[in-house]
Design a protein around this ligand. Structure first.
Ligand code: 16G
Ligand code: MG
Length: 539
């Protein structure tokens, strides 16, 4: 390591002294103007991680659904997964080291992690459409270059596309070709094959309105459009030509406000969906004939997909196990429906994709979705091999067709990460194949009314939780207070957790009516404020 060169280049990306940031659930995320040094240092760290794993590592510059003024960065591990926890700690140490200590901290990490500095390194870089992203990704490249890492800059890509590139490169092309063309070809081929069996050719099924959150999803859907145009026609809104990124639109806005996005013309009963700013989340929605808004969130997406997969498994008659993974935010009705009606085992993990992803890896087929629309389906290597073998060997026409469909589903899901584009194609294929309207899908079960609120406290770390964030451990007395409040309502449930991405405590409540869910959420917020050091206005 040329420490002099590192010191010299680092001075061009100086750390504002005293600034402390944390590598959280989704990497570093804050106001873009505070991130230049973090980007440079993540370039350095990516090189070390690449040398250590002898694999390609990804660096994505994005702040997803957060406001346009924010930005962020996260590293992508060799199989397209989130960065390993011990390296999250290294990332935090490196980002927070004061200027003069940084080279030493970098050395310490390479010693601690037993990095062979002679090893080659290869980094792939991607960025979203934020005005600050291009310059920040250049700072990542500066970090990579000063440590003599090789790199490929994919430029504007969705977060899941970058995960896909990393996965392809580390499996010597077996998963797919590591280009955008390769991504579009792989997905569209699987989509066209899956849907060609359908008898239904009505236009109603072929057109979908997409709210792109004024983000990268719009550019990439435009590029992809002609690959799938025979099976699906997408009409794009909030495509970034006018509005501001994530402002009053996009999956996060629609889910958290339970409102239609602005900038989208919605006629009654039309199928619509919203992506988030980096296109790794998707939710569906529609207006009914009375003009009421209906949200179809990640839970209902997981339900649609797992019931489809379960039917195919029954058809081919193989005992492959399937499990659904959710978080505490999953609507109580969805969990009940999956367990009691569909008889699928359901598991709950902490919030954050890496937790769901790891749990889902325990099954032959692991379906994971957060209620906010972030998710995918993972197939174990053994299940994939079995299914591919069955498509070749089965003689019974019906079973063979089912196995073939499962094979298309494997190719259609981005198994490296939750992906709005890939999820959208799977959902569209299932709706067509099962001849389901959006209203019929929505009617699978009724969501319990729910409310999410946030509370500002002096130090959100005073709240610790257990049981996949469903129970509070500290501060003392808070869980008892929540229990007492929950008892006052029917079909009720509530939990609180410190956010991993914002300096707030999140509160979730559900109950038998919207009024009750709102009032429970308010009462729990007040308890948090009083028992966990609330600041500012009393909720
Ligand atoms: C991040 C997570 C998302 C999670 C959200 C929770 C990833 C890639 N993203 O956006 O899965 O739902 O954080 O945010 O893991 P919160 O901790 O602020 O509630
Ligand atoms: Mg996102």
């Amino acid at each position: 390591m040329d420490l002099d060169a590192i010191t010299e280049y680092s001075a061009l990306h100086p750390k504002p002294s005293g600034l402390i940031l944390q590598y959280g659930t989704a990497g570093f995320r804050t106001k873009a103007e505070h991130l230049d040094h973090v980007m440079f240092r993540m370039g350095l760290l990516a090189v070390l991680r690449s040398k250590q794993t002898k694999s390609t590592i990804g660096v994505m510059v994005t702040a997803s659904h957060n406001p346009e003024e924010d930005n962020g960065v996260k590293l992508v591990d060799p199989l397209g997964e989130m960065l390993a926890p011990s390296w999250e700690e290294h990332a935090t140490c490196l980002a927070n080291a004061e200027e003069q200590d940084m080279p030493r901290v970098l050395m310490d990490i390479s010693v601690k992690a037993a990095v062979n500095l002679q090893q080659d390194a290869f980094i792939v870089i991607g960025r979203d459409t934020r005005p600050t992203s291009e310059k920040l990704s250049q700072s990542v490249i500066d970090g990579v270059t000063v440590l003599e890492g090789q790199f490929h800059d994919y430029g504007l890509v969705t977060t899941p596309q970058l995960h896909y590139m990393v996965y392809c490169r580390n499996t010597s092309g077996q998963y797919g070709e590591a280009t955008l063309e390769g991504y579009y070809q792989k997905l569209s081929k699987a989509f066209m094959e899956l849907t060609k069996q359908t008898l239904c050719s009505e236009d109603e099924y072929r057109s979908l309105k997409v709210d792109c959150a004024n983000g990268i999803g719009a550019l990439k859907l435009k590029e992809m459009e002609h690959y799938v145009s025979q099976g699906l026609s997408v009409q794009l809104f909030n495509d970034g030509t006018k509005g501001k990124l994530n402002h009053l639109c996009g999956a996060d806005f629609v889910k958290s406000h339970q409102k239609p996005p602005q900038g989208m013309e919605m006629k009654s009963n039309e199928r619509c969906c919203s992506f988030d700013g980096d296109a790794d989340r998707i939710v569906y929605h529609y207006l009914d004939v009375d003009g009421h808004f209906h949200l179809i969130d990640g839970d209902k997406i997981a339900t649609l997909i797992s019931s489809f997969l379960k039917e195919l498994l029954l058809e081919i008659g193989e005992s492959l196990n399937i499990g659904v993974v959710q978080t505490a935010y999953a609507n109580g009705s969805s969990t009940r429906y999956l367990e009691e009606v569909m008889k699928v085992p359901v598991y709950c993990t902490k919030t954050g994709v890496k937790h769901l992803h790891h749990k889902a890896q325990e099954f032959d087929i692991g379906v994971y979705f957060e209620a906010n629309g972030h998710g995918t389906v993972l197939f174990s290597k053994a299940a994939e091999t079995k299914i591919r073998q069955l498509t070749k060997e089965l003689e019974d026409e019906k079973r063979k067709a089912a196995a073939k469909m499962l094979e298309n589903v494997i190719d259609l899901f981005n198994q490296a990460a939750g992906d709005a584009i890939s999820d959208m194609l799977v959902i569209e294929a299932i709706l067509t194949l099962k001849d389901l309207t959006i209203q019929q899908w929505d009617a699978l079960y009724m969501d319990l009314p729910n409310r999410q609120l946030k509370v500002k406290v002096a130090d959100r770390q005073v709240i610790s939780t257990t049981d996949a964030e469903r129970q509070v451990v500290t501060p003392p007395g808070l869980q008892e207070a929540i229990n007492d409040l929950v008892k006052k309502y029917k079909l009720s449930r509530a939990f609180v957790r410190p956010s991993g991405t914002e300096d707030v405590v999140r509160v979730y409540a559900e109950a038998d009516s919207q009024e009750n869910a709102d009032s429970l959420a308010r009462a729990v917020s007040l308890a948090v404020f009083q028992l966990a050091g609330g600041v500012g206005e009393t909720p």
